[in-house]
Design a binder for this molecule. Structure first.
Ligand code: ZN
Length: 292
């Protein structure tokens, strides 16, 4: 078990702790299957919403917040029935705009795991405006519920008179399946991982279909896809998503040995400078870059 979970297990009800602990082994991918959820419901005797609230300390334990020391956890319910953890992430020494919010982290976790929407998100603090706007881009934005320790409501109630993709004549949505025609010839597994992720990225405003693949010293690879937003600033860059996903899976960002960014050569913007800026916070890894 990752030490970050061992530290907070005593925050869980005993009946829940005994059943969830064996699920938190080294292969724990920061999500719970439907079978696991049923086991947790039966053991804890909690309703689903209460169970998610009780599990939030596990999500918040994944937080990396060296600047704010404010630890946010989120759990997104994928349409498949699986639950995905997420946590906020800050990059020491770099601009605050590089930060990943817990809701973005949980949604990225679900999206990278093949989900095409989420039905509900549970958070230990009320979502900030940035996250409300980010979630308004989702395929399920109209029906999405936001669950907090003391209340549950729809996203639309949290974001009245909202601005979204339809205001820019975009009918596509974040987490809807994407298949962009990007090609390159390579036998480098890391490059091919980044290419596959870029093909599934979401960038209807700039066409900067982009993704980052990070390789760690133990050989593991984690990817991040670019997730664009109608309000532009809440867009989640691919480097941040890759870092957040790696940390959720227990990786140490100090162990990154290679970083590859692949993006569409015909896009209106580039992720290069932003990605390099984040990499500086991680160490001396040089960004490998290809526009295709
Ligand atoms: Zn937020």
């Amino acid at each position: 078990m990752h030490p970050r979970f061992a530290k907070i297990l005593d925050q869980l009800p005993t009946s829940l702790r005994d059943v969830v602990t064996p699920m938190l082994g080294d292969d724990f991918a920061a999500s719970f299957s439907q079978d696991q959820i049923q086991q947790l419901l039966a053991a804890s005797q909690l309703a689903e919403r209460e169970l998610r609230l009780a599990l939030l300390p596990l999500a918040a334990a994944c937080s990396v917040a060296p600047i704010s020391r404010f630890f946010v956890g989120a759990i997104a319910c994928g349409l498949s029935g699986r639950w995905y953890l997420g946590a906020n992430m800050e990059f020491a020494g770099q601009g605050l705009f590089h930060s990943v919010h817990a809701e973005q982290s949980a949604i990225s976790n679900a999206w990278l795991s093949g989900e095409t929407g989420i039905s509900e998100i549970t958070v230990n603090y009320t979502p900030c405006g940035h996250c409300r706007q980010f979630m308004n881009e989702l395929s399920t934005a109209k029906a999405l519920k936001v669950s907090l320790p003391d209340t549950i409501s729809t996203l639309q109630a949290f974001l009245p008179h909202s601005f979204g993709p339809a205001d820019l004549d975009i009918s596509d949505a974040l987490m809807s399946p994407q298949h962009h025609d990007l090609t390159l010839s390579s036998d480098d597994a890391l490059v091919l991982a980044a290419l596959a992720a870029a093909r599934q990225s979401y960038a209807p405003y700039s066409q900067d279909f982009a993704a980052v693949a990070l390789e760690f010293n133990d050989g593991r690879i984690f990817c991040g896809r670019y997730a664009e937003n109608a309000a532009f600033n809440p867009s989640l860059p691919p480097m941040q998503m890759a870092c957040a996903h790696a940390v959720l899976n227990g990786a140490d960002l100090g162990e990154v040995r290679r970083a590859v960014l692949i993006e569409n050569s015909k896009g209106q913007i580039s992720q290069q400078d932003a990605a390099r800026s984040v990499l500086k916070a991680l160490g001396k890894v040089e960004l490998e870059y290809q526009a295709v």
